[in-house]
Design a protein around this ligand. Structure first.
Ligand code: DX5
Ligand code: ZN
Length: 247
């Protein structure tokens, strides 16, 4: 495999929310050297969610660090802001590779997806633990990524909500039915000890904030999450018709 390419089966996306904000560029370099495939960038507005984080200037500042062997590493911008449309061109300009938004934050979901794509950026829709899968009706085929929250958005370091597992499986089946290469990303409380179940449920991209940054051993943490998730994915492939709760 070309080391600049993302892992073909299970991408790991460290969330910078748990990084040292005084040294963000170095932190981006460190997690990429440790094996990160994607940089997850959480934007919170103190309105849609209680917390307040960073904006397009910080995305632009880390962009030169999001590189491996001369190739760009995708910056996955997770917008927890409402309303969302006005910020999208700013993040596209700042170097976002993927922009994801919550349906509750847009008056016109289809229009927001078109806006992201018109700027040459991949588009993602984010579903909170209680947001129904019907939000994907009529738009799934236009998306490049579905991001399923396994915590309620707003903070790093929360506990994984187990009842999201069957939802991951349901989205995996819907994505497979489209025949399109739509990433299925899971965000919130993902750690080495639940990654096997998350992979078994059908995720192919795992966000991990505190699990990567808090221990200090980035490579060890990333590889533990990835190898457990891959074990789950392979068990799923071996038994494609079993129920997700058997994981
Ligand atoms: C939560 C954010 C997550 C968060 C994940 O609202 O969207 O990306 O940083 O952090 P952990 O992995 O610590 O739950
Ligand atoms: Zn996030």
């Amino acid at each position: 495999m070309n080391p600049a390419m993302p892992h073909p089966e299970m991408r790991i996306a460290p969330s910078l929310l748990s990084a040292d904000f005084a040294r963000l560029g170095e932190e981006v370099t460190a997690v990429i050297e440790a094996g990160a495939d994607v940089i997850h960038f959480d934007v919170m507005d103190n309105h849609y969610v209680p917390n307040l984080t960073v904006g397009p200037l910080v995305c632009q500042a880390i962009k030169p660090y999001a590189v491996k062997n001369g190739q760009p590493v995708p910056i996955d911008v997770h917008l927890m802001v409402k309303p969302v449309d006005a910020l999208i061109p700013m993040f596209a300009q700042a170097g976002a590779s993927i922009i994801s938004f919550h349906p509750e934050a847009s008056e016109h979901i289809d229009r927001t997806i078109q806006l992201i794509k018109s700027l040459g950026v991949k588009a993602g829709l984010v579903l909170n633990p209680a947001t129904p899968l019907s939000c994907l009706d009529h738009v799934l085929e236009q998306l490049d990524l579905v991001l399923l929250m396994s915590v309620n958005p707003g903070y790093g370091g929360q506990s994984f909500i187990e009842h999201v597992l069957p939802k991951i499986d349901a989205v995996r089946r819907r994505i497979d039915a489209t025949g399109r290469d739509i990433w299925l990303e899971v965000d919130g409380g993902v750690k080495a000890d639940n990654a096997q179940r998350v992979g078994s449920a059908g995720a192919d991209t795992l966000v991990a904030g505190s699990a990567v940054f808090s221990g200090g051993r980035y490579q060890e943490s990333i590889e533990a999450i990835r190898s457990n998730a891959l074990a789950g994915l392979r068990s799923r492939r071996a038994q494609p018709e079993r129920l997700p709760d058997d994981a």
